[in-house]
Design a protein around this ligand. Structure first.
Ligand SMILES: [Fe+2]
Ligand SMILES: [Fe+2]
Length: 173
């Protein structure tokens, strides 16, 4: 059996479709990251090498997702929406800080040895799932229309930043 064949199948990748429904694409990225996390958790502590690799992939993907939202999506949304819309992005921004802190704690436990991850995972899960549900319910649908050229251009930019090619090439961090 080759080393490659012992490696679990690659996780589903975000759709590389060039246009349309940016909100749905971002929701798919949530799902992709969730699937990575589940695979990492299932591998822990049985196969720590594989689990650490998966957790690291999850960490990089989640931080990239957050950065795209903060650098691209939120500014675009705030510029196009009413001033009160900033309450939503301010809340999402604050949740990102909580998610990043919880992620750092989880990774510290993962990299510390074969310890029980439950407490660190629960903290991250609670904040991340509530956050993702808020984005998927309140923010992402706003990005779905496909008849706005500015949104289509934004979608192409976001896809280029988030898409991880099947060949393993990744966008710049
Ligand atoms: Fe977010
Ligand atoms: Fe998100």
């Amino acid at each position: 059996m080759s080393v490659r064949s012992e490696t679990p199948a690659d996780p589903p990748l975000p759709s590389p479709s060039p246009a349309g429904q940016l909100g749905s694409f971002l929701e798919e990225d949530h799902d992709r990251l969730d699937a990575l996390w589940v695979r990492a958790t299932l591998a822990w502590p049985r196969d720590q090498v594989e689990a650490r690799q998966l957790f690291e992939e999850f960490r990089i993907g989640l931080l990239r997702h957050i950065r795209v939202e903060e650098e691209v999506l939120f500014p675009f949304y705030n510029a196009r929406s009413s001033p009160s819309s900033r309450h939503l992005t301010d809340l999402l921004h604050a949740e990102h800080r909580e998610i990043m802190a919880a992620l750092a704690r989880l990774m510290a436990v993962v990299n510390g040895g074969p310890q029980d991850l439950e407490e660190a995972e629960t903290v991250l899960r609670n904040v991340l799932w509530a956050h993702n549900a808020r984005e998927e319910g309140l923010l992402y649908p706003w990005f779905d229309p496909t008849d706005d050229p500015d949104l289509l251009r934004l979608g192409a930019d976001v896809r280029a930043r988030l898409f991880v090619s099947p060949a393993g090439a990744t966008p710049p961090r």
